[in-house]
Design a protein around this ligand. Structure first.
Ligand SMILES: [Zn+2]
Length: 291
């Protein structure tokens, strides 16, 4: 595809995703079949965010096709989107189980498929067994679809009213993160900056497994998103790349959380970029025996 057209389509998809408007669903459905990977990925993600507002009969068949997509990240967004559709995604359970059990699938997709299965099954149980779930903010009783939409977005149950209150800022933040992930590391992971790229490639070159930019629950009810998590060693790496006040406040909060929980954290900064090999090696060797 022509670079200029691709850029236009990407911008358009971001705009549609941000609007959260049910009326844009048909355009998003079309874009989710676009030949440009980034457009497809963003469109699928945006479709997940319209759960509860649009006719799921139109959307779910498209998402089912996208969980078979050749790009792992498109599959990931489709898996997450299906979770948001709750009971309506019952027909996807089979395929999701296949993904969760598939040893050749990416770890993050297997894990997200498992999560999606839990959320969809949870929503079905609430519906069928009249199980009571409560909003964690206002304590109102919530139904299965409120449950799945909110579990997918926040990993905690909120009623629709509380969901809308907290959702707008989060949705814009997520879109920004998704959009910025367009630098491809050697192992195929898409990252956000030159510094993050260097860290990813450094880890890959040393065959150190990592999860990038995943939301990991550290404290009950408080989820934080570390940049890198080295699961074999239980070590977190944060690349503190930005310099705004808001960002710094977030950074201090995050650092405190790591500390309180006694987590093994390595902090890296833009000025470390050019000496990454020496700095990362020395910081990591506190926790890992490096060869
Ligand atoms: Zn509520």
């Amino acid at each position: 595809m022509d670079k200029k057209i691709e850029k236009q389509l990407t911008a358009r998809t971001v705009e549609l995703g941000k609007s959260g408007d049910a009326a844009v669903v048909d355009e998003l459905l079309k874009l989710s079949d676009c030949s440009a990977f980034h457009v497809k990925r963003l469109a699928v993600s945006a479709l997940g965010k319209l759960a509860g507002k649009v006719d799921s009969k139109k959307v779910i068949p498209v998402l089912l096709a996208r969980i078979r997509d050749c790009h792992a990240q498109v599959r990931q967004y489709a898996i997450k989107a299906l979770a948001a559709y709750g009971t309506d995604s019952e027909s996807a359970l089979h395929d999701l189980r296949d993904i969760a059990d598939n040893p050749t699938e990416k770890d993050y997709n297997r894990r997200d498929a498992k999560k999606a299965i839990e959320i969809i099954e949870g929503a079905i149980r609430i519906k069928n067994e009249k199980m009571k779930k409560y909003c964690q903010k206002c304590n109102a009783v919530i139904d299965g679809d409120e449950y799945s939409r909110s579990m997918k977005a926040f990993q905690r149950p909120y009623c629709d009213k509380c969901f809308d209150e907290v959702y707008l800022s989060r949705r814009n933040y997520d879109t920004k993160v998704e959009l910025n992930k367009n630098i491809r590391a050697n192992d195929g992971t898409f990252v956000q900056s030159d510094g993050e790229l260097k860290i990813a490639d450094w880890l890959t070159a040393r065959k150190i497994k990592y999860r990038y930019d995943e939301r990991i629950r550290i404290i009950d009810n408080y989820a934080i998103r570390p940049d890198y998590y080295l699961s074999e060693f239980d070590v977190y790496i944060e690349y503190w790349g930005m310099d705004t006040i808001d960002y710094k406040i977030g950074m201090l909060k995050k650092l405190k959380l790591y500390q309180q929980q006694g987590k093994k954290l390595i902090s890296l900064y833009p000025e470390d970029k050019n000496n990454l090999d020496i700095i990362l090696k020395s910081k990591l060797s506190k926790y890992i025996r490096l060869t």
